[in-house]
Design a protein around this ligand. Sequence first.
Ligand SMILES: *Cc1c(COP(=O)(O)O)cnc(C)c1O
Length: 430
Amino acid sequence: MSVDISDIRSLVASQDDWRQRQTINLIASENVQSAAVRDIQNSDFMARYAEGHPNQGDQINRYYQGTQYIDRLETMAREELLALARCRQADVRPISGNAANTAIALGYLRAGDPVIVNSTPAGGHISHNTIGVFGRRIQTRGASLNLESDKAIPLHYLPLSEDHYHVDVPKSLDLIERAAPRLVVLGKSLFLFPEPVRELAALCREKGIPILYDGAHVLGLILGGQFQDPWREGAAWVTASTHKTFPGPQRGVILADLNEADEKRYWPAANRGVFPGSSSNHHLHSLPGLLVAIREMKQHAQAYAAQIVANAQALGRALDDAGIAVEARDFGYTRSHQLAVNVAAHGGGVAVAQRLEANDIIVNYNLLPTDTEPRNPSGLRIGVQEMTRYGMREADMQDLAGLIADAIRNKAVKDAVHALRQRFDTVQYV
Ligand SMILES: *Cc1c(COP(=O)(O)O)cnc(C)c1O
């Protein structure tokens, strides 16, 4: 008799039904994958190992036999991603964005190296921070993760301009002069506006400091020509997740466009940081799906990314018109897939996110740059990329804003949420 798994199947089916048919998902770090991406994950690839790089002709780069089809797919994924991003170096093996950052930290940094990053309230990712991989990597024994301490690790935060959503370029140039970092990390998790890569790259280049651009959230927008072009603006490496605005399976990538001299300087750190650094086998079941998503983006990235940004801006305006405090109004709310909303007046981020969930609108609570109490975030982070994939446009953002505003004010809107959701049941841009 085979093992009883009916309860497992039932929970998975409930998840599929709830999150794919009933809820309006506005989590900014998620996306819906195409049927092709989903279906192709269920294969023999999930049972296999492929460490190192694909074999090439007689040249043996793998540590295991039996990889001929894996080698072909991995080579295709790398080459087709290089063409899509117009880059010269790519590593498709990191198993997530955090693993891609870990690879750079392991490969390039040593204990005691000064690093400049975005702080958590400014939107920086946990991996950038004291307790994340960059903070831990530069920590010498005895050095404190408390940056107020005299013995603090040499982690520095990018200064922000008065609006809190842009890096202060003159102050950052000054900090780079004073701190003489080994690495500058740009990019973040609460990510409304492009980073000043070009503005910082000139000084960094003069001083031999590479910029890591963490594009985990915005890779899909960048490839669609809608955000910024970090490679041409001067970033040494771009790390990213492949499942946020890039609509693929959960993985990570590192992409660079380095000339020969810089490739020698900066690419080995990425290569060795990925393997054997932050991964051995690289979760092969999701590799074919990555290639499918690359093909989808090759065809649709421009239209998809443009619609995302138009939707995010339309939702920002509509929420603002409905009396909800959308951040960064003076700058048109956003240039990405995200909005930051201040709900301090409605009970704070945690309570409001729960209220929305009770109405099947899924968002996450978030620290805002002006928050001082990490346990009491006053914000919500909202991302429109998934509902854009389902075909929503600017006019639908008006309807959505009404439902969000009502739910924030404690009105029951679940039935109306389901009615709106049901009009968008097919994944577009595939
Ligand atoms: C999400 C995120 C990551 C981590 O990505 P995972 O794929 O979840 O490991 C890294 N950096 C930033 C800025 C992120 O927002």
